[in-house]
Design a protein around this ligand. Structure first.
Ligand code: SAM
Length: 242
């Protein structure tokens, strides 16, 4: 999986590419992250890439030309899937992450300042938002997108980890525990300590449904639920405190 990131602040990615799983994935050549400073594609002698908005408004906008020039300068840009990070984009969900992880080459454009000249959107395949809040730039959203997609690339992490985690089946993940078995008066549930896998799986499913029902009930509408799940949900609804 190849990522080409168009940014005005490539140094922000230094720690990101140099630590932990992302670093190992790059070293193992499972992913490749190329950083392009699109200031280098400015057409003026001061190397500026932003300008005032027509008809006024606070802050500066990134001009279309340097972004377009940087984009067409990327090797393989025609075949690549081009993404603009923007608060007005499609929300990044796990479903969207899976789709994005299926491309061989993503080109991701990070905004800054007040955002972009609207015409930048003519040169991308889609705009992605990481949530309904405004960050100062597209660099952190881009890191979120790279982390979320690269962990689905074969070999980057243990594939079992991605099967049962939150959102993988439309539900939040069940509670998990590690040692000690008892801490500050709170015990690890008995069922997790007795090795009965059938019971453990049932308990986990029940708890995943319960957590989703309590915290993100809207997810249940889209989740793939069995008859048994519906029976569990009825039980959950009738539990005290629900
Ligand atoms: C300060 S923001 C611009 C916000 C813009 N004026 C608006 O109201 O939509 C600057 C850049 O940060 C990035 N950004 C900020 N928040 C984001 C979010 N929630 N999702 C994705 N990108 C975001 C985008 O690349 C954006 O162009």
């Amino acid at each position: 999986m190849k990522y080409t990131v168009l940014t005005l602040f490539p140094n922000m990615f230094k720690g990101f590419v140099d630590e932990s799983i992302i670093k190992r994935a790059i070293e193992a050549k499972l992913i490749d992250i190329d950083l392009v400073d699109f200031r280098a594609y400015s057409t003026n002698k001061h190397h500026t890439v932003d300008d005032y908005a027509y008809a006024g408004g606070a802050g500066m906008l990134i001009s279309v030309e340097p972004v377009h020039r940087a984009l067409i300068g990327v090797e393989g840009y025609k075949a690549a899937h081009k993404v603009l990070m923007s608060p007005s984009g499609t929300p990044l969900t796990q479903e969207k992450v899976k789709k994005l992880a299926s491309y061989k080459h993503l080109i991701i454009i990070c905004g800054h300042y007040e955002g972009f000249d609207e015409r930048v959107s003519n040169y991308v395949d889609e705009e992605i938002s990481i949530g309904d809040y405004i960050l100062m730039g597209g660099e952190i959203p881009t890191m979120a997108l790279i982390e979320a997609t690269s962990r689905l690339v074969d070999g980057v992490i243990n594939s079992d980890s991605t099967k049962e985690e939150s959102f993988s089946e439309g539900l939040l993940e069940y509670p998990q525990y590690t040692r000690p078995a008892s801490y500050d008066g709170v015990d690890v549930p008995e069922v997790l300590q007795n090795g009965d896998h059938k019971k453990i799986n049932e308990w986990r499913r029940y708890e995943a449904l319960k957590k989703t029902y309590q915290r993100r009930p809207e997810l249940l509408k889209e989740a793939h639920l069995s008859l048994k799940d519906y029976q569990m949900l009825e039980e959950i609804k009738h539990e005290k405190n629900n």
